[in-house]
Design a protein around this ligand. Structure first.
Ligand SMILES: C[S@@+](CC[C@H](N)C(=O)[O-])C[C@H]1O[C@@H](n2cnc3c(N)ncnc32)[C@H](O)[C@@H]1O
Length: 185
């Protein structure tokens, strides 16, 4: 869903670079590359993580998608983006991620805003303020439950235009989380 949604938004907004943060085992990267391949799209994709293992994981994907323009960079999102990474990006930049802010903190949004024009965030922000089952699971696996009420002021500051994908489910069935959120400058 994150990949498909990012691609549709990219087409509408004339995006010129894709940026992924916290790629981990590169599962989401693989899904994105498959979507790009299916649609015959050649957006340059820069994949980052704080851990060097990402370079290997994405390297394996390069073999499967030789036509893809994919590069890797080490970036700790708790720090400003490296100059070499910035230099590679053509704006507008769409940054997508899944379960990475949960492992860093939402303060990283300040650094993310230095390079991204549009963000697609898949961190399951807690919408009610009351911790739910999945929040407890996050805590057990070393991640942080993130409360939307704490994320919202930062989004307002850096990415003032926002759309919550789950809005109707929240109203209709009281869904307690935000599965995916898109925000832009
Ligand atoms: C749960 S994994 C993400 C999985 C991946 N996004 C996916 O959907 O398949 C969390 C990732 O965030 C990365 N990470 C944690 N803290 C980070 C930081 N400060 N800066 C950049 N990446 C970070 C970890 O190294 C790890 O690869």
């Amino acid at each position: 869903m994150i990949a498909e949604f990012s691609l549709r938004v990219a087409e509408l907004a004339g995006v010129r670079s894709f940026l992924e943060i916290g790629a981990g085992r590169a599962n989401l990267t693989g899904i994105m590359l498959e979507h790009l391949h299916e649609r015959n799209k050649l957006y340059p994709l820069i994949v980052t993580d704080v851990q060097p293992i990402i370079l290997e994981n994405v390297g394996k994907l390069r073999d499967a998608y030789p036509q893809a323009q994919v590069e890797t960079f080490l970036w700790n999102i708790m720090e400003p983006p490296p100059a070499a990474l910035r230099a590679k990006l053509a704006h507008p930049v769409l940054l997508y991620e899944r379960y990475t802010l949960n492992y860093a903190t939402i303060k990283a949004l300040e650094h993310i805003a230095e390079v991204a024009d549009i963000v697609v965030l898949g961190d399951w922000f807690n919408y009610t303020g009351k911790l739910y089952a999945y929040d407890e699971v996050f805590k057990r696996i070393g991640a942080n439950p993130l409360l939307y009420k704490e994320v919202k002021p930062l989004l307002d500051e850096y990415f003032p235009y926002q759309y919550i994908i789950d809005r109707r489910a929240q109203d209709a069935i009281k869904l307690p989380n935000i599965t995916m959120l898109i925000a832009w400058k």
